[in-house]
Design a binder for this molecule. Structure first.
Ligand code: SR1
Ligand code: MG
Length: 453
Protein backbone atom coordinates (compact mmCIF):
# COMPACT_ATOMS: atom_id res chain seq x y z
CA UNK A 1 0.00 0.00 0.00
CA UNK A 2 1.32 3.47 -0.87
CA UNK A 3 2.26 5.53 2.19
CA UNK A 4 0.20 8.60 3.09
CA UNK A 5 1.38 11.73 1.29
CA UNK A 6 3.30 14.08 3.55
CA UNK A 7 2.02 17.63 3.39
CA UNK A 8 3.92 20.92 3.55
CA UNK A 9 5.74 21.52 6.82
CA UNK A 10 5.64 17.94 7.99
CA UNK A 11 8.86 16.61 6.59
CA UNK A 12 10.75 14.34 8.91
CA UNK A 13 11.88 15.92 12.13
CA UNK A 14 9.83 19.12 12.03
CA UNK A 15 7.47 20.04 14.88
CA UNK A 16 4.10 21.02 13.46
CA UNK A 17 2.83 23.43 16.20
CA UNK A 18 6.15 25.26 16.32
CA UNK A 19 6.14 25.53 12.57
CA UNK A 20 2.59 26.92 12.58
CA UNK A 21 3.69 29.63 15.03
CA UNK A 22 6.73 30.42 12.93
CA UNK A 23 4.62 30.64 9.79
CA UNK A 24 2.13 33.02 11.41
CA UNK A 25 5.00 35.18 12.66
CA UNK A 26 6.53 35.27 9.19
CA UNK A 27 3.33 36.64 7.65
CA UNK A 28 3.47 39.68 9.96
CA UNK A 29 5.23 42.49 8.16
CA UNK A 30 7.29 45.22 9.85
CA UNK A 31 5.84 48.74 10.23
CA UNK A 32 6.49 50.63 7.02
CA UNK A 33 6.27 47.60 4.73
CA UNK A 34 3.72 47.52 1.97
CA UNK A 35 3.61 45.49 -1.18
CA UNK A 36 3.81 48.02 -4.00
CA UNK A 37 1.64 48.34 -7.05
CA UNK A 38 2.76 50.43 -10.04
CA UNK A 39 1.14 53.63 -8.74
CA UNK A 40 2.46 53.41 -5.17
CA UNK A 41 5.88 52.50 -6.55
CA UNK A 42 5.85 55.65 -8.70
CA UNK A 43 5.30 57.82 -5.62
CA UNK A 44 7.97 55.92 -3.68
CA UNK A 45 10.63 56.08 -6.40
CA UNK A 46 9.98 59.79 -6.99
CA UNK A 47 11.34 60.26 -3.45
CA UNK A 48 14.50 58.19 -4.07
CA UNK A 49 17.01 60.50 -5.81
CA UNK A 50 19.37 57.61 -6.72
CA UNK A 51 16.61 56.18 -8.89
CA UNK A 52 14.54 59.24 -9.84
CA UNK A 53 17.56 61.05 -11.28
CA UNK A 54 18.50 58.05 -13.39
CA UNK A 55 14.97 57.72 -14.76
CA UNK A 56 14.73 61.46 -15.42
CA UNK A 57 11.71 63.61 -16.29
CA UNK A 58 8.38 63.84 -14.52
CA UNK A 59 7.51 60.76 -12.42
CA UNK A 60 3.94 61.01 -13.71
CA UNK A 61 5.27 60.08 -17.15
CA UNK A 62 7.26 57.03 -16.05
CA UNK A 63 5.99 53.79 -17.50
CA UNK A 64 5.73 51.13 -14.80
CA UNK A 65 4.61 47.53 -15.22
CA UNK A 66 4.74 44.50 -12.95
CA UNK A 67 6.35 41.69 -14.89
CA UNK A 68 7.37 39.09 -12.28
CA UNK A 69 6.95 35.56 -13.54
CA UNK A 70 9.21 33.84 -10.98
CA UNK A 71 8.06 31.79 -8.03
CA UNK A 72 8.70 34.27 -5.24
CA UNK A 73 8.57 38.04 -5.73
CA UNK A 74 7.15 41.15 -7.36
CA UNK A 75 9.26 42.54 -10.21
CA UNK A 76 8.57 45.91 -11.82
CA UNK A 77 10.04 47.42 -14.96
CA UNK A 78 10.20 51.20 -14.70
CA UNK A 79 11.04 53.36 -17.70
CA UNK A 80 11.74 57.09 -17.69
CA UNK A 81 12.90 59.42 -20.46
CA UNK A 82 16.58 59.02 -19.52
CA UNK A 83 16.86 55.35 -18.50
CA UNK A 84 15.07 52.41 -16.94
CA UNK A 85 15.26 50.47 -13.68
CA UNK A 86 14.14 47.08 -12.46
CA UNK A 87 12.59 46.93 -9.01
CA UNK A 88 12.31 43.66 -7.14
CA UNK A 89 10.25 43.45 -3.97
CA UNK A 90 9.85 40.47 -1.68
CA UNK A 91 6.33 39.51 -0.57
CA UNK A 92 5.81 38.00 2.90
CA UNK A 93 4.78 34.80 1.20
CA UNK A 94 5.69 32.70 -1.82
CA UNK A 95 4.09 34.24 -4.88
CA UNK A 96 3.64 30.85 -6.54
CA UNK A 97 1.44 29.56 -3.70
CA UNK A 98 0.11 32.63 -1.89
CA UNK A 99 -0.30 33.35 1.84
CA UNK A 100 -0.44 29.63 2.58
CA UNK A 101 3.34 29.61 2.26
CA UNK A 102 4.83 32.48 4.27
CA UNK A 103 8.41 33.46 3.49
CA UNK A 104 10.58 35.98 5.34
CA UNK A 105 11.04 39.40 3.80
CA UNK A 106 14.67 39.23 4.96
CA UNK A 107 15.47 37.26 1.83
CA UNK A 108 15.88 40.67 0.15
CA UNK A 109 18.62 41.44 2.68
CA UNK A 110 20.49 38.24 1.78
CA UNK A 111 19.99 38.91 -1.91
CA UNK A 112 21.33 42.44 -1.57
CA UNK A 113 24.33 41.22 0.43
CA UNK A 114 25.09 38.47 -2.09
CA UNK A 115 24.74 40.85 -5.04
CA UNK A 116 27.21 43.19 -3.36
CA UNK A 117 29.79 40.42 -2.87
CA UNK A 118 29.22 39.05 -6.37
CA UNK A 119 29.65 42.49 -7.98
CA UNK A 120 32.98 42.90 -6.17
CA UNK A 121 34.33 39.50 -7.14
CA UNK A 122 32.83 39.13 -10.61
CA UNK A 123 32.54 42.70 -11.94
CA UNK A 124 30.23 43.25 -14.88
CA UNK A 125 28.41 39.95 -14.43
CA UNK A 126 25.56 41.12 -12.16
CA UNK A 127 23.07 43.99 -12.47
CA UNK A 128 24.18 47.29 -10.97
CA UNK A 129 22.35 48.10 -7.73
CA UNK A 130 20.83 51.59 -7.52
CA UNK A 131 19.01 51.43 -4.18
CA UNK A 132 18.12 49.03 -1.37
CA UNK A 133 15.31 49.52 1.16
CA UNK A 134 15.42 46.95 3.97
CA UNK A 135 11.98 47.87 5.37
CA UNK A 136 10.28 47.44 2.02
CA UNK A 137 12.47 44.41 1.16
CA UNK A 138 13.04 46.19 -2.16
CA UNK A 139 16.02 46.40 -4.48
CA UNK A 140 16.15 48.83 -7.42
CA UNK A 141 18.70 47.87 -10.02
CA UNK A 142 19.82 48.16 -13.60
CA UNK A 143 17.13 47.28 -16.13
CA UNK A 144 18.75 44.62 -18.28
CA UNK A 145 17.63 45.25 -21.86
CA UNK A 146 17.59 43.67 -24.40
CA UNK A 147 18.63 40.74 -22.20
CA UNK A 148 16.25 37.83 -21.77
CA UNK A 149 16.06 34.98 -19.29
CA UNK A 150 18.46 32.32 -20.59
CA UNK A 151 15.90 29.52 -20.26
CA UNK A 152 13.62 31.28 -22.75
CA UNK A 153 16.47 31.80 -25.19
CA UNK A 154 17.48 28.14 -24.99
CA UNK A 155 13.94 26.97 -25.61
CA UNK A 156 13.95 29.15 -28.74
CA UNK A 157 17.27 27.58 -29.78
CA UNK A 158 19.51 30.64 -29.36
CA UNK A 159 23.26 30.06 -29.14
CA UNK A 160 25.05 32.20 -26.54
CA UNK A 161 28.73 32.30 -27.52
CA UNK A 162 29.88 34.08 -24.33
CA UNK A 163 27.88 32.06 -21.84
CA UNK A 164 30.44 29.38 -20.89
CA UNK A 165 33.24 31.92 -20.58
CA UNK A 166 31.17 34.36 -18.49
CA UNK A 167 29.47 31.83 -16.22
CA UNK A 168 32.69 29.97 -15.52
CA UNK A 169 34.30 33.29 -14.56
CA UNK A 170 31.35 34.15 -12.32
CA UNK A 171 31.37 30.79 -10.55
CA UNK A 172 35.15 30.54 -10.20
CA UNK A 173 35.55 34.05 -8.80
CA UNK A 174 32.54 34.17 -6.49
CA UNK A 175 33.29 30.73 -5.04
CA UNK A 176 37.06 31.15 -4.75
CA UNK A 177 37.04 34.62 -3.18
CA UNK A 178 34.47 33.68 -0.53
CA UNK A 179 36.27 30.49 0.49
CA UNK A 180 39.00 29.68 3.01
CA UNK A 181 41.44 29.72 0.09
CA UNK A 182 41.04 33.50 -0.17
CA UNK A 183 39.68 34.66 3.21
CA UNK A 184 41.20 34.68 6.66
CA UNK A 185 39.50 32.37 9.14
CA UNK A 186 37.94 35.40 10.86
CA UNK A 187 36.61 36.86 7.59
CA UNK A 188 35.18 33.50 6.58
CA UNK A 189 33.44 33.03 9.92
CA UNK A 190 32.00 36.52 9.67
CA UNK A 191 30.49 35.58 6.30
CA UNK A 192 29.05 32.39 7.75
CA UNK A 193 27.45 34.47 10.51
CA UNK A 194 26.17 37.06 8.02
CA UNK A 195 24.34 34.48 5.91
CA UNK A 196 23.34 32.07 8.69
CA UNK A 197 19.83 33.50 9.03
CA UNK A 198 18.69 32.63 5.51
CA UNK A 199 17.26 29.44 6.95
CA UNK A 200 13.77 29.49 5.40
CA UNK A 201 15.16 29.67 1.89
CA UNK A 202 17.66 26.91 2.64
CA UNK A 203 14.74 24.89 4.02
CA UNK A 204 12.94 25.20 0.67
CA UNK A 205 15.99 23.64 -0.96
CA UNK A 206 16.37 20.99 1.75
CA UNK A 207 12.73 19.92 1.31
CA UNK A 208 12.11 20.42 -2.39
CA UNK A 209 15.43 19.19 -3.74
CA UNK A 210 16.83 16.72 -1.25
CA UNK A 211 13.75 15.14 0.33
CA UNK A 212 10.34 15.24 -1.31
CA UNK A 213 11.09 13.89 -4.82
CA UNK A 214 12.24 10.63 -3.17
CA UNK A 215 9.02 10.00 -1.24
CA UNK A 216 5.27 10.35 -1.59
CA UNK A 217 4.68 14.05 -0.85
CA UNK A 218 1.70 16.27 -1.51
CA UNK A 219 3.70 18.89 -3.38
CA UNK A 220 5.25 16.49 -5.88
CA UNK A 221 3.98 16.35 -9.43
CA UNK A 222 5.15 14.72 -12.62
CA UNK A 223 3.92 13.85 -16.11
CA UNK A 224 1.45 11.19 -15.04
CA UNK A 225 0.62 8.53 -16.10
CA UNK A 226 3.49 8.35 -18.64
CA UNK A 227 6.26 8.96 -16.14
CA UNK A 228 4.67 6.94 -13.28
CA UNK A 229 7.03 3.93 -13.50
CA UNK A 230 10.07 6.19 -13.43
CA UNK A 231 8.77 8.25 -10.50
CA UNK A 232 8.03 5.07 -8.60
CA UNK A 233 11.47 3.62 -9.36
CA UNK A 234 13.07 6.74 -7.87
CA UNK A 235 10.91 6.44 -4.73
CA UNK A 236 12.01 2.83 -4.29
CA UNK A 237 15.70 3.29 -4.99
CA UNK A 238 17.63 2.72 -1.77
CA UNK A 239 21.03 3.58 -3.29
CA UNK A 240 19.63 6.85 -4.59
CA UNK A 241 18.14 7.74 -1.20
CA UNK A 242 21.55 7.25 0.40
CA UNK A 243 23.19 9.33 -2.33
CA UNK A 244 20.72 12.22 -2.04
CA UNK A 245 20.92 12.14 1.76
CA UNK A 246 24.71 12.44 1.60
CA UNK A 247 24.26 15.42 -0.68
CA UNK A 248 21.69 16.93 1.70
CA UNK A 249 24.09 16.53 4.63
CA UNK A 250 26.79 18.25 2.60
CA UNK A 251 24.40 21.06 1.64
CA UNK A 252 23.48 21.58 5.29
CA UNK A 253 26.94 21.20 6.80
CA UNK A 254 29.69 22.22 4.40
CA UNK A 255 30.09 26.02 4.57
CA UNK A 256 32.70 26.13 1.83
CA UNK A 257 31.91 29.40 0.05
CA UNK A 258 29.15 31.94 -0.56
CA UNK A 259 26.73 30.34 -2.98
CA UNK A 260 24.30 32.04 -5.29
CA UNK A 261 22.06 29.21 -4.16
CA UNK A 262 19.72 29.06 -7.17
CA UNK A 263 22.03 29.25 -10.18
CA UNK A 264 19.71 27.89 -12.86
CA UNK A 265 19.10 29.27 -16.34
CA UNK A 266 16.16 31.29 -14.98
CA UNK A 267 18.68 33.23 -12.84
CA UNK A 268 20.73 34.28 -15.87
CA UNK A 269 19.79 37.18 -18.17
CA UNK A 270 21.82 37.57 -21.30
CA UNK A 271 22.27 38.59 -24.90
CA UNK A 272 24.74 37.03 -27.29
CA UNK A 273 27.25 39.61 -26.03
CA UNK A 274 26.53 40.14 -22.36
CA UNK A 275 25.77 37.81 -19.43
CA UNK A 276 24.36 38.76 -16.02
CA UNK A 277 23.51 36.61 -13.03
CA UNK A 278 20.44 37.75 -11.10
CA UNK A 279 18.34 36.67 -8.11
CA UNK A 280 20.72 35.36 -5.41
CA UNK A 281 18.09 35.36 -2.66
CA UNK A 282 18.92 31.73 -1.78
CA UNK A 283 22.52 32.78 -1.02
CA UNK A 284 24.27 31.20 1.95
CA UNK A 285 27.61 29.66 2.83
CA UNK A 286 27.44 26.15 1.41
CA UNK A 287 29.19 23.56 -0.75
CA UNK A 288 30.64 24.96 -3.99
CA UNK A 289 29.35 22.04 -6.03
CA UNK A 290 25.78 23.12 -5.40
CA UNK A 291 26.23 26.19 -7.63
CA UNK A 292 28.32 24.51 -10.32
CA UNK A 293 25.91 21.55 -10.28
CA UNK A 294 22.93 23.86 -10.77
CA UNK A 295 24.40 25.25 -13.99
CA UNK A 296 25.15 21.80 -15.40
CA UNK A 297 21.75 20.38 -14.37
CA UNK A 298 19.83 23.09 -16.14
CA UNK A 299 21.88 22.81 -19.33
CA UNK A 300 21.34 19.04 -19.37
CA UNK A 301 17.60 19.41 -18.78
CA UNK A 302 17.45 21.79 -21.71
CA UNK A 303 19.45 19.33 -23.82
CA UNK A 304 16.93 16.54 -23.21
CA UNK A 305 14.00 18.93 -23.75
CA UNK A 306 15.05 19.79 -27.30
CA UNK A 307 13.05 16.85 -28.71
CA UNK A 308 9.95 18.80 -27.70
CA UNK A 309 11.04 22.05 -29.31
CA UNK A 310 12.27 21.01 -32.74
CA UNK A 311 10.09 21.25 -35.83
CA UNK A 312 11.20 17.84 -37.10
CA UNK A 313 13.50 15.05 -35.88
CA UNK A 314 17.13 16.24 -35.89
CA UNK A 315 16.24 19.86 -36.63
CA UNK A 316 17.84 20.96 -33.36
CA UNK A 317 20.92 18.67 -33.58
CA UNK A 318 23.34 21.57 -34.02
CA UNK A 319 21.76 23.27 -31.06
CA UNK A 320 22.01 20.11 -28.99
CA UNK A 321 25.72 20.02 -29.79
CA UNK A 322 26.10 23.60 -28.64
CA UNK A 323 24.31 22.88 -25.35
CA UNK A 324 26.72 20.04 -24.61
CA UNK A 325 29.72 22.14 -25.68
CA UNK A 326 28.52 24.89 -23.34
CA UNK A 327 28.16 22.33 -20.54
CA UNK A 328 31.74 21.12 -21.01
CA UNK A 329 32.99 24.67 -21.62
CA UNK A 330 31.44 25.85 -18.37
CA UNK A 331 33.00 23.11 -16.24
CA UNK A 332 36.41 23.12 -17.92
CA UNK A 333 36.55 26.92 -17.83
CA UNK A 334 35.49 26.95 -14.19
CA UNK A 335 38.06 24.35 -13.21
CA UNK A 336 40.96 26.09 -15.03
CA UNK A 337 40.03 29.52 -13.63
CA UNK A 338 39.54 28.28 -10.09
CA UNK A 339 42.91 26.50 -10.13
CA UNK A 340 44.62 29.59 -11.50
CA UNK A 341 43.11 31.74 -8.76
CA UNK A 342 44.35 29.24 -6.20
CA UNK A 343 47.88 29.42 -7.68
CA UNK A 344 47.98 33.22 -7.91
CA UNK A 345 45.62 34.63 -5.29
CA UNK A 346 45.57 32.25 -2.34
CA UNK A 347 45.49 34.78 0.48
CA UNK A 348 43.36 32.62 2.79
CA UNK A 349 44.23 30.71 5.91
CA UNK A 350 43.72 27.27 4.38
CA UNK A 351 46.79 25.48 2.98
CA UNK A 352 49.35 27.70 4.77
CA UNK A 353 52.12 28.73 2.34
CA UNK A 354 55.02 27.90 4.73
CA UNK A 355 53.94 24.25 4.72
CA UNK A 356 54.38 24.05 0.95
CA UNK A 357 57.40 26.30 0.33
CA UNK A 358 59.92 23.59 -0.58
CA UNK A 359 60.11 22.11 -4.12
CA UNK A 360 58.51 18.93 -2.79
CA UNK A 361 55.88 20.99 -0.99
CA UNK A 362 55.00 22.81 -4.19
CA UNK A 363 54.52 19.48 -5.94
CA UNK A 364 52.37 18.21 -3.08
CA UNK A 365 50.22 21.33 -3.23
CA UNK A 366 49.80 21.01 -7.01
CA UNK A 367 48.63 17.42 -6.47
CA UNK A 368 46.29 18.54 -3.72
CA UNK A 369 44.72 21.15 -6.00
CA UNK A 370 43.99 18.44 -8.57
CA UNK A 371 42.51 16.22 -5.84
CA UNK A 372 40.34 19.14 -4.63
CA UNK A 373 39.05 19.67 -8.16
CA UNK A 374 38.21 15.98 -8.57
CA UNK A 375 36.26 16.06 -5.29
CA UNK A 376 34.50 19.24 -6.38
CA UNK A 377 33.65 17.66 -9.73
CA UNK A 378 32.08 14.67 -7.95
CA UNK A 379 30.07 17.05 -5.71
CA UNK A 380 29.03 19.00 -8.81
CA UNK A 381 27.70 15.90 -10.57
CA UNK A 382 25.84 14.73 -7.47
CA UNK A 383 24.17 18.09 -6.94
CA UNK A 384 23.44 18.39 -10.67
CA UNK A 385 21.66 15.03 -10.56
CA UNK A 386 19.60 16.09 -7.54
CA UNK A 387 18.65 19.33 -9.27
CA UNK A 388 17.50 17.45 -12.36
CA UNK A 389 15.35 15.03 -10.37
CA UNK A 390 13.62 17.84 -8.43
CA UNK A 391 12.62 19.68 -11.64
CA UNK A 392 10.93 16.52 -12.95
CA UNK A 393 9.35 14.96 -9.85
CA UNK A 394 9.15 17.78 -7.27
CA UNK A 395 7.03 20.92 -6.90
CA UNK A 396 8.84 23.44 -9.10
CA UNK A 397 9.43 22.42 -12.70
CA UNK A 398 11.35 23.97 -15.61
CA UNK A 399 9.51 25.42 -18.57
CA UNK A 400 12.11 23.74 -20.82
CA UNK A 401 10.14 20.54 -20.14
CA UNK A 402 6.78 21.99 -19.10
CA UNK A 403 6.37 23.76 -22.44
CA UNK A 404 6.37 20.44 -24.30
CA UNK A 405 2.68 19.98 -25.06
CA UNK A 406 2.92 16.33 -26.18
CA UNK A 407 3.04 14.55 -22.83
CA UNK A 408 4.61 11.39 -24.26
CA UNK A 409 7.44 13.39 -25.79
CA UNK A 410 7.84 15.27 -22.51
CA UNK A 411 7.82 12.12 -20.40
CA UNK A 412 10.43 10.48 -22.66
CA UNK A 413 12.70 13.51 -22.29
CA UNK A 414 12.13 13.46 -18.53
CA UNK A 415 12.86 9.72 -18.25
CA UNK A 416 16.16 10.23 -20.10
CA UNK A 417 17.10 13.10 -17.81
CA UNK A 418 16.15 11.06 -14.73
CA UNK A 419 18.27 8.15 -15.85
CA UNK A 420 21.34 10.33 -16.29
CA UNK A 421 20.64 12.19 -13.04
CA UNK A 422 20.36 8.97 -11.05
CA UNK A 423 23.60 7.68 -12.53
CA UNK A 424 25.45 10.91 -11.78
CA UNK A 425 24.31 10.67 -8.15
CA UNK A 426 24.89 6.96 -7.54
CA UNK A 427 27.69 6.07 -9.98
CA UNK A 428 29.53 9.35 -9.76
CA UNK A 429 32.95 7.75 -10.09
CA UNK A 430 31.99 6.44 -13.54
CA UNK A 431 32.25 10.05 -14.76
CA UNK A 432 35.91 11.09 -14.61
CA UNK A 433 35.36 14.14 -16.82
CA UNK A 434 32.57 16.40 -18.02
CA UNK A 435 33.04 14.88 -21.48
CA UNK A 436 32.06 11.52 -19.98
CA UNK A 437 28.80 13.16 -18.84
CA UNK A 438 28.04 14.80 -22.17
CA UNK A 439 28.81 11.54 -24.02
CA UNK A 440 26.38 9.68 -21.76
CA UNK A 441 23.75 12.39 -22.33
CA UNK A 442 24.10 11.81 -26.09
CA UNK A 443 23.70 8.05 -25.66
CA UNK A 444 20.65 8.46 -23.46
CA UNK A 445 19.07 10.90 -25.87
CA UNK A 446 18.77 7.98 -28.30
CA UNK A 447 17.25 5.68 -25.65
CA UNK A 448 13.51 4.92 -25.90
CA UNK A 449 12.23 4.64 -22.32
CA UNK A 450 9.19 2.51 -21.45
CA UNK A 451 6.36 4.80 -20.45
CA UNK A 452 3.36 4.18 -18.21
CA UNK A 453 -0.30 4.80 -19.07
C1 SR1 B 1 8.80 27.13 -4.00
S1 SR1 B 1 10.10 27.95 -4.63
C2 SR1 B 1 10.59 26.85 -5.83
C3 SR1 B 1 11.88 27.11 -6.43
O1 SR1 B 1 11.91 28.39 -7.04
C4 SR1 B 1 13.21 28.94 -6.89
O2 SR1 B 1 13.71 29.36 -8.11
C5 SR1 B 1 14.06 27.85 -6.26
O3 SR1 B 1 14.69 27.03 -7.23
C6 SR1 B 1 13.06 27.11 -5.49
O4 SR1 B 1 13.48 25.81 -5.13
MG1 MG C 1 14.79 33.19 -8.52
Amino acid sequence: MAPEPVSFGKTAGSQEPEREERMTALLKVPPGYRAHDPESLRVYLAGVPAVAERLGGDPAAWRIEEVGDGNLNLVFKVRGPKAGAAVKQALPYLRLVGEGWPLPLERAHYEHMALTHEARHAPGLTPEIYHYDATLALIAMELLEPHIIMRHGMIAGTVYPKFAEDLSTFAARTLFFTSDLALSAAEKKAMIAAFAGNTELCKITEDLIFTEPYMVAERNRWTSPFLDPHAEAIREDGDLKVAVSRLKAKFMGLAEAMLHGDLHTGSIMLTVEDTRVIDPEFAFMGPMGFDTGAVIANLLINYFSQAGHEDGPGERDAYRRWVLEATAGFWNGFSAKFLKLWEKEATGDAYPAPLFASPEGRLRLAGERQAWMLRLFADTLGFAGAKMVRRILGLAHNIDLEKIADERVRASAEARALKLARDMMVNTAAYPSIEAVTAQAERLNAWEPKLGG
